[in-house]
Ligand binder design. Structure first.
Ligand code: NAD
Length: 512
């Protein structure tokens, strides 16, 4: 069986290493183990850090335009390999091919942003801050950065991180999810092919042992984490304690507020994708819908039921499927347990997706779509993230109640409002206690040159992913205050007849 190994510079073919422990990689469509991944040790990390330390000073000294050219070539290589990468991604994650392409494409948009790095790395300058004094600032790389990423976007999230970090002049060590590590490995190989020096992007695999080694390693200056909230909080605390810069994005429970004037057919179409796409395994999925007023709720429910029952669940290569299997059997069990908890807590299960079997793929990790109505804020099935194809209706009597629900929820990643009323939308966007807001946009993932980040338990640390905030995260600012002596005070003349005063050296000769 195939073993996926580290990508460490100077290692034996494929990187080598590991302390003998491995983890299974499943094919979610068939329910069979298809490969295994090496679970690395601190000794593997030490080798990667040594290679990064050897490579980084030269990379930082490479001018930003040349670094940008590597990013351009990488973008072209990923595009040329898009089909193979999308199939590889789907085969380990289970999302349909169109979603895998989207995963890669959204990551590439950050690479496009990174291609403009010479512009965004420019510092600030103040001439004449005092008598003869100028002040300027420059952004310098941190040295070695690390990224620890979740299973649900194995292409996009690594690219959010290493795209910006490497363009800024850092070396980067990626620890992808052990559930679908093959695409991150391919991305590292393509970066090398694009011209990134050996040691600038390396991949180490592993679980808690490797994560702890990264968090404690004195030569790693910054850690970017994306995953579930309890682990995000742990990573944040341990990394900061070790003196690192840390950003740690966590879980989510995003709400969609439906005002009485909303176009319900459009809302239902949007929810079919936003709640069930990628089997709900998205941190920006929309698993809670909040219709305002009983009439809106009844009308929405009536339209949602047939739409949800009509969703096609299929293998990830089925071009007509809305979504594929979830990532593994443990996750399927977890989602089905949450559905049972919702029932036990008194919510009305209108569509039950449990026990779904796909003909010919009876062992695959499939779950049918589920719809709950009359979910209330005191239920744990409402408070916690389910991360599966489950939509919950929470009825709100008025706008203020609807606004309070996402604002008071423990998570604050994304939220959306559906309305034709500009005033309601404007009020909502200004007052809601959530980091990313959509107005008639169900999944408001910001474009790459803006920044991505939630609030409350959806993110620990205060600097967002990508865009100019990403550049701020992966660089440190140095500020220079300069005063040059008056050139007239310098010793006169040079023997070769050059200018006698420093100012004269700057007289621009007339051309031709
Ligand atoms: P996860 O927290 O299980 O794993 C994330 C990373 O942490 C992986 O690399 C994993 O190896 C590592 N890890 C796992 N257990 C660990 C432990 N005990 N100690 C240290 N490290 C550990 O998350 P997941 O299941 O891979 O991904 C889904 C979660 O990620 C969901 O909660 C989802 O909302 C969240 N997510 C958030 C965002 C965001 O930007 N806010 C984006 C995508 C996913």
């Amino acid at each position: 069986m195939r073993t996926i190994d580290h990508v460490i510079a100077g290692g034996p073919a494929g990187g080598g290493g590991g302390g003998g422990r491995t983890s299974d990689i499943w094919d979610p469509n068939t329910g069979q183990v298809q490969a295994s991944v090496t679970l690395g040790t601190s000794a593997d990390l030490d080798r990667a850090v040594a290679a990064a330390q050897a490579a980084q000073p030269g990379w930082a000294a490479t001018n930003p335009q040349r670094r940008a050219r590597v990013m351009f070539r990488f973008k072209e290589l990923v595009e040329a390999n898009m089909d193979a990468l999308a199939h590889l991604l789907s085969s380990e994650h289970g999302k349909v091919i169109a979603d895998s392409r989207g995963d890669i494409q959204r990551g590439l948009e950050v690479i496009e942003f990174a291609c403009g790095i010479p512009h965004v790395l420019k510092g600030e300058y103040t001439q004449g801050a005092g008598p003869g004094i100028d002040v300027y600032s420059m952004r310098q790389p941190l040295g070695i950065g690390a990224g620890i990423t979740p299973f649900n976007f194995p292409a996009m999230i690594p690219m959010w991180m290493f795209g910006v970090a490497i363009a800024c002049g850092n070396a980067f060590i990626l620890k992808p999810s052990e559930r679908d590590p093959s695409v991150p490995v391919r991305l590292a190989e393509l970066m090398r092919e694009a011209g990134a020096p050996e040691g600038i992007l390396q991949v180490v695999h592993g679980d808690k042992e490797m994560v702890d080694a990264i968090l404690d390693h004195p030569a790693i200056s910054a850690v970017s984490f994306v995953g579930s909230s309890d682990i995000a909080h742990y990573v944040y605390r341990r990394g900061v304690y070790a003196g690192k810069r840390v950003q740690a994005m966590g879980g989510a429970k995003n709400h969609g507020i439906v005002m009485p004037d909303a176009d319900l057919d459009q809302v239902v179409a949007d929810l079919s994708g936003a709640a069930f796409g990628s089997a709900g395994e998205r941190c920006m999925a929309l698993p809670v819908v909040v219709p305002v007023g009983e009439r809106t709720a009844d009308a929405l429910r009536e339209k949602l039921i047939p739409a949800i029952e009509g969703l096609r669940v299929g293998v990830s290569t089925d071009a007509d499927a809305h979504y594929g299997p979830v990532v593994n059997a443990a996750h399927r069990e977890r989602v089905e347990k949450w559905i049972q908890t919702g029932v036990d807590e008194g919510a009305e299960l209108v569509v039950d997706g449990r026990g779904f079997q796909l003909q010919g793929h009876e062992n695959g990790f499939f779950i049918g779509p589920s719809l709950f109505d009359r979910v209330t804020p005191d239920m744990s099935a409402y408070k916690e993230e389910i991360f599966g194809p489950v939509l919950q209706i929470v009825r709100a009597p008025d706008f203020e109640t609807a606004l309070r629900l996402p604002s008071e929820h423990q998570y604050g990643n994304g939220v959306a409002i559906f309305t034709r009323n500009g005033h309601a939308a404007r009020e909502f966007a200004a007052r809601v206690n959530v980091g990313m807001v959509g107005i008639n946009v169900p999944i408001p993932v910001p474009v790459a040159y803006h920044t991505f980040g939630g609030w409350k338990r959806s993110a620990f640390g205060d600097i967002n992913q990508h865009g100019t905030e990403g550049v701020r995260f992966w660089t440190k600012t140095k500020t220079v205050t300069q005063r040059w002596p008056d050139g007239s005070a310098l010793p006169r003349g040079s023997e070769d007849g050059g200018p006698s005063r420093i100012q004269d050296a700057f007289v621009i000769p007339t051309m031709g």
